[in-house]
Design a protein around this ligand. Structure first.
Ligand SMILES: [Zn+2]
Length: 115
């Protein structure tokens, strides 16, 4: 079974090892087989430290942050008054491409293209 190391566990493991705590004490504290701990220490050192390791829980948190962000088009959309190209009355328009008022869009002239 693959052990799921957290950043706290890695920090503890590194700390114990650097203090010269014996392997069987490390095993007793972290409750994992010595082979697993030795392999993990090697992994941390290869990565150059705990701060360079991608932890699953960290990644999960980032993913949630992204999904909570408001979509861009929501923030940029501005509603302002524009003059309708057909009846020349002002109406609230949702953007550059919206230049015919809702009332005129319902007329047969707009729908068929004949005036
Ligand atoms: Zn109109």
């Amino acid at each position: 079974m693959k052990a799921n190391f957290t950043m706290e566990m890695d920090n503890l493991l590194l700390d114990l090892d650097e203090r010269g705590v014996s392997k069987d004490v490390q095993v007793a504290i972290l409750k994992l087989p010595q082979r697993t701990l030795t392999r993990r220490l090697g992994y941390i050192r290869r990565k150059g430290g705990v701060s360079n390791i991608d932890y699953a829980e960290k990644t999960e948190r980032n993913r949630q942050k992204v999904s909570y962000r408001k979509p861009e088009f929501d923030q940029k959309q501005e509603i302002k008054l524009r003059r309708c190209l057909m009846c020349l009355k002002d109406f609230p328009s949702f953007g550059e491409g919206n230049q015919i008022c809702p009332k005129c869009k319902k007329t047969s002239a707009w729908l068929t293209g004949y005036g």
